[in-house]
Design a protein around this ligand. Structure first.
Ligand code: ZN
Length: 260
């Protein structure tokens, strides 16, 4: 896809939170007094762009002490192995994603398995749990299990301040119910129940400022440019509602023989 590995201009989003990703895939840097946390590595060709962006903002790769991940597909996790080598930071992921990141390949539990590319395996992955807080210096990010797009999908929330103005930032994983030609969601009622629970989880997140792994999914660049509001306390609710409708439509399409 166009621009998934091409460098986008780095920029401050709010407070200690920066965009360091590519034109098509997000990578988010959260910076503390001494250390930083990076979320997502885009494609296997993207690390040079992400690293150049981190440096252009005045930070060092060695500042990055933890790398987090939203979902274990090659367009978001392809760059993690290289970023880990260059920063020395462990990658933190929930159990289903950790297994995929270790292998550099998904398995049949992923709805898109049949059409997914492999990616460079990540050597040092630490397993984290739903609700766990990742602490690094004064930084605190909370992991939220949001399975659906992948079994290991994880969303992240943290609070960021500019002076006395503080906002809750939610980096919410993709919620799209898409699959390869074999997978039917309706054959996996437990997975559908978990997906619906995810939709509810996202609706209830503390969320003043929504970020997404695909910038276009929440108009991030338009919001960075001021064309749309950057801060919108209803953004997670709207994102969740739209995803919920799409999931129910997909189930209906399966019932009516229109999908997969
Ligand atoms: Zn994906």
């Amino acid at each position: 896809m166009d621009g998934w590995s091409d460098r986008a201009p780095p920029r401050k989003i709010f407070g200690n939170t920066y965009y360091v990703g590519t034109c098509g895939i997000s990578s988010i840097l959260i910076v503390g007094k001494h250390d930083a946390i990076l979320i997502d590595g885009a494609t296997d060709k993207a690390p040079a762009a992400i690293e150049a962006n981190i440096r252009a903002l005045g930070f060092k790769l060695s500042d990055v002490k933890r790398i987090l991940s939203t979902h274990d597909h090659n367009d978001h996790a392809g760059g993690l192995a290289r970023l880990q080598r260059d920063t020395g930071a462990p990658v933190l992921a929930r159990a289903p994603a950790a297994a995929t990141l270790h292998r550099g390949a998904s398995d049949r539990s992923d709805p898109q398995f049949g059409q997914l590319g492999k990616f460079p395996p990540v050597a040092n992955v630490r397993v984290i749990a739903d609700g766990q807080t990742v602490k690094l210096g004064e930084l605190e990010l909370v992991a939220h299990a949001t399975p659906g797009h992948t079994p290991g999908s994880t969303s992240w929330t943290w609070r960021s301040c500019e002076g006395t103005h503080c906002v809750d930032i939610a980096y919410v994983d993709s919620l799209t119910a898409i699959s390869d030609k074999q997978y039917r969601y309706s054959d996996h009622p437990g997975y559908v129940a978990a997906f619906r629970h995810t939709i509810d989880t996202v609706a209830s997140l503390r969320c003043d400022l929504l970020l997404t792994p695909h910038p276009t999914a929440s108009d991030m660049f338009l919001r960075f440019a001021g064309t749309k509001p950057l801060i919108d306390a209803d953004a997670c609710l709207a994102y969740s509602r739209q995803a919920g409708k799409a999931l129910e439509q997909r189930l209906l399409d399966e019932k009516n023989g229109k999908a997969p």
